[in-house]
Design a protein around this ligand. Structure first.
Ligand SMILES: [Zn+2]
Length: 302
């Protein structure tokens, strides 16, 4: 039976973006940020006090008199990832929009060229700060039919099959493992590991996947053996068995493939140190694939 294609989601187009945030119009960006950050009115970013005062002399600045004797003065970007920057908010918004509308993400070099920044380094720094804002906190445990699988980033791809066959699941100096779980038709959650050990894999599953799932599907890897509190079924990849009824890991493998195309093709070299941030970005885009307001959701987290 052919799978039903999900309805395409209408995201903010570049033209709509320019209309909402005209070049040079910082006030439009600030008003948007204010509405997203504080939908119920401005609160002190330090103590949460909602009774703050406008600073009449400085637009987009407020004062809280609860958490500082002489009053704590803060701006619209205080406590956000946009703080301590000389870049206009409009540039930040544009970078975020470019990152969110590109399925495979954008490299710092592409952002640099597109934005006409002074350096690749600036684009790189901004993109990383935006990734920090995309961290999804307090996610519900995954339910329904859940697939769990691991993949390796870096190193020579040709070694991968050999590694899997021999049961070698470590990371090496040039290869970093990522473990992921996806609820079919739902969310994905992925995490960079140092080594894929049985403990690490099963801790991840227990933390991220509800044991009330209807099915937990993995391959035959030993690291998943013993999850007896889950309805766990496996496919035997080494024996070229990929799908047995509902048991397969095609969904999570689809996510790995988007991630790898992004990381390998767009980012060229992602050092292991920053890999978790790229995971955050790809996870956020995937989990908001049906969210027409993905841009606003991202700005909320900034
Ligand atoms: Zn305060």
């Amino acid at each position: 039976m052919p799978r039903k294609q999900p309805k395409p989601v209408h995201q903010l187009t570049p033209a709509q973006f320019d209309q909402m945030f005209p070049v040079g119009n910082e006030d439009a960006c600030k008003a948007y940020l204010k509405a997203r950050r504080w939908p119920e009115g401005v609160r002190c970013p330090r103590c949460g006090n909602p009774a703050v005062y406008d600073l009449p002399s400085r637009k987009w600045h407020w004062q809280c008199e609860k958490c500082a004797k002489d009053g704590y003065r803060f701006s619209i970007i205080a406590g956000t990832v946009f703080e301590n920057t000389n870049k206009p908010l409009r540039d930040w918004f544009k970078v975020a929009h470019l990152m969110l509308t590109s399925k495979k993400g954008m490299s710092a070099r592409q952002l640099y060229r597109y934005m006409g920044f002074g350096s690749v380094k600036t684009a790189w720094m901004m993109a990383h700060k935006i990734r920090l804002a995309l961290v999804e906190e307090n996610m519900d445990k995954l339910g329904g039919i859940v697939e769990v699988d691991e993949t390796f980033i870096g190193g020579k791809d040709t070694n991968r099959h050999w590694d899997k066959k021999s049961g070698f699941h470590g990371g090496t100096a040039d290869k970093t493992p990522i473990i992921g779980a996806v609820s079919r038709k739902g969310n994905v959650v992925a995490r960079v590991l140092q080594y894929v050990t049985k403990d690490a894999a099963q801790d991840f599953v227990r933390e991220m996947v509800s044991n009330k799932v209807s099915l937990l599907a993995t391959d035959e890897s030993k690291v998943y053996q013993g999850l007896t509190d889950y309805p766990h079924l496996t496919v035997h990849h080494a024996a070229r068995q990929y799908v047995v009824g509902a048991v397969h890991t095609n969904t999570i493998e689809g996510f790995w493939s988007i991630f790898k195309r992004g990381v390998v093709g767009t980012f060229h070299k992602v050092s292991a140190k920053y890999l978790p941030l790229y995971v955050v970005e790809f996870q956020f885009r995937y989990n908001n694939r049906s969210n027409a307001d993905i841009f606003g959701t991202a700005i909320e987290g900034c």
